[in-house]
Design a protein around this ligand. Structure first.
Ligand SMILES: C[S@@+](CC[C@H](N)C(=O)[O-])C[C@H]1O[C@@H](n2cnc3c(N)ncnc32)[C@H](O)[C@@H]1O
Length: 291
């Protein structure tokens, strides 16, 4: 499995202040990087991920913590956080961590279909049991709906043209792979002679991933559930990687009267971290405390 470097690790742990026998929930366990730091401080951790491969990976690598009882691992969608926490008796926690988005493992593994520069099936499901994958959307949504997906969730300037090009291409044959989709989008950009620092398919792929996994909806459902799962002084620590997520987090922090915001401005990685881990470049960390 490809190693996922935890983002803003020092800052996240600085805010969570893990202590022996205190309880924490990591709702996006991924490769277990943040979870491991909490466990090293002898904290108790409920680690959740909807991806069974992430759960298996942590199970193998952090077995000693599982057997000591300090780590509880659950394959679930964090949208059901209150129920999961109740089932596992993590009712009053010192901290809850969200590290949103996908892990390096998911991105780099071509069989998962997340990446525009790795050829694989057009899948993009974090949880393979999900009913709908990216291929279903690309081949079945009508032009108008495709346009709306790219516009709303990818903020893609050429949403209309891309949606049209996809509909034209799929009349010839079903679009099956990330490489096929990536090429269709690239050609739209090339025809318009647009040069950008980002790969042309970046926003199209992001939009699809958000829709396949209902990422924004899950975040909106989960955030209000965190409040009563935190003890007084407990902290909600959220790392997001794209503006639509950050907007939801900011709005929640502003509206929730039982939480005090500790980060007026988001904390971002320093240049050294970005050089070591370019994926960290768009990370924003926001923290609020239960009052
Ligand atoms: C950026 S990675 C987390 C990396 C982790 N903090 C680490 O240091 O290794 C995000 C993880 O969140 C998981 N995830 C995203 N949305 C989820 C949801 N709604 N429920 C549970 N897990 C989710 C993904 O499957 C992925 O493994």
């Amino acid at each position: 499995m490809i190693y996922h470097k935890p983002v803003l690790l020092k800052e996240v742990i600085g805010y969570l202040k893990p202590k022996e026998n205190k309880e924490y929930i990591d709702v996006t366990a991924g490769g277990g990087g943040h979870t491991l730091e909490l466990l090293k401080k002898k904290a108790r951790v409920l680690a959740i991920d909807r991806d069974p491969e992430a759960i298996e990976y942590i199970k193998k690598n952090q077995y000693k913590f599982l057997s000591s009882g300090n780590l509880v691992l659950v394959k679930q969608n964090f949208a059901n956080l209150a129920e999961i926490a109740k089932n596992w008796n993590f009712k009053k926690n010192n901290g809850i961590l969200f590290d949103l988005g996908v892990s390096s493992w998911q991105l780099e593994n071509e069989t998962r279909g997340f990446s525009f520069d790795k050829s694989g099936p057009l899948d993009m499901r974090m949880d393979p049991e999900l009913g709908i994958c990216a291929k279903d959307i690309i081949n079945n949504f009508n032009e108008r709906r495709l346009y709306e997906v790219f516009k709303t969730y990818g903020q893609e300037k050429f949403s209309r043209t891309i949606a049209r090009a996809i509909c034209r291409a799929r009349q010839v044959k079903t679009i099956e792979t990330t490489a096929e989709l990536s090429l269709i989008v690239k050609e739209v950009y090339q025809k318009r002679n647009i040069r950008s620092k980002l790969h042309p398919a970046t926003k199209t792929f992001l939009a699809l991933r958000i829709v396949v996994n209902s990422e924004l909806l899950n975040l909106e459902k989960c955030l209000p559930q965190t409040v009563d799962l935190l003890k007084k002084g407990g902290r909600l620590v959220i790392v997001s990687f794209q503006s639509l997520e950050d907007v939801i987090v900011k709005r929640f922090f502003k509206q929730e009267k039982k939480m005090k915001v500790l980060t007026k401005k988001p904390i971002v990685p320093d240049i050294l971290e970005i050089l070591k881990n370019p994926r960290a470049r768009s990370a924003k960390l926001r923290v609020a405390e239960r009052i």
